[in-house]
Design a protein around this ligand. Structure first.
Ligand SMILES: [Zn+2]
Length: 160
């Protein structure tokens, strides 16, 4: 179930993805929200420098491990423009974060990149639930997913 509050945070993720794109990076953005609705941290992709582990969900997992109690982590939600990759899903699980809400799925991204003729990465496209268990996961959200799709189209159009 996606609430209006969820939509507000997801829209911020899409804004962060757009910001990444404007900085020449891949369009992904994520927000970490506490149980009482406070935005604790946000980030976007930083892979343009060549380190392809610099995903926002991974950064937020590390931020949570450093700054939150295990209980608070378990009650926090991570919102993200695109479903966690296996690396980020594992990080989410290792630090004990709670619910995940995404605007667009990995399956959608794989389809879009295929349509754009982008060579798939070596990392497999696994759904979050195939990487970590006991995690509430919600998404995708069609109208926001379309916005994310347009950001990816712009990113790869700029590469040609
Ligand atoms: Zn990732």
């Amino acid at each position: 179930m996606i609430s209006d509050i969820d939509l507000k945070h997801l829209r911020r993720c899409v804004e962060l993805a757009k910001l990444a794109l404007e900085k020449g990076d891949e369009p992904f953005g994520s927000v970490l929200v506490s149980a009482n609705g406070e935005v604790l941290a946000e980030d976007h992709n930083h892979v343009a420098g060549g380190d392809h582990t610099q995903h926002p969900e991974f950064a937020l997992a590390r931020w949570a491990a450093e700054n939150m109690t295990p209980e608070d982590r378990g009650n926090a939600t991570v919102y993200t423009s695109g479903e966690h990759c296996p690396m980020c899903a594992a990080a989410h699980g290792w630090v004990g974060l709670g619910r995940i809400v995404y605007a667009s799925s990995t399956e959608q991204l794989a389809q879009w990149l295929s349509e754009l003729g982008v060579t798939p990465s070596r990392v497999r496209n696994l759904p979050i639930q195939d990487v970590i268990r006991d995690t509430q996961v919600d998404g995708p959200v069609p109208e926001l997913a379309e916005q994310v799709r347009q950001l990816h189209r712009r990113f790869y159009a700029g590469k040609r």
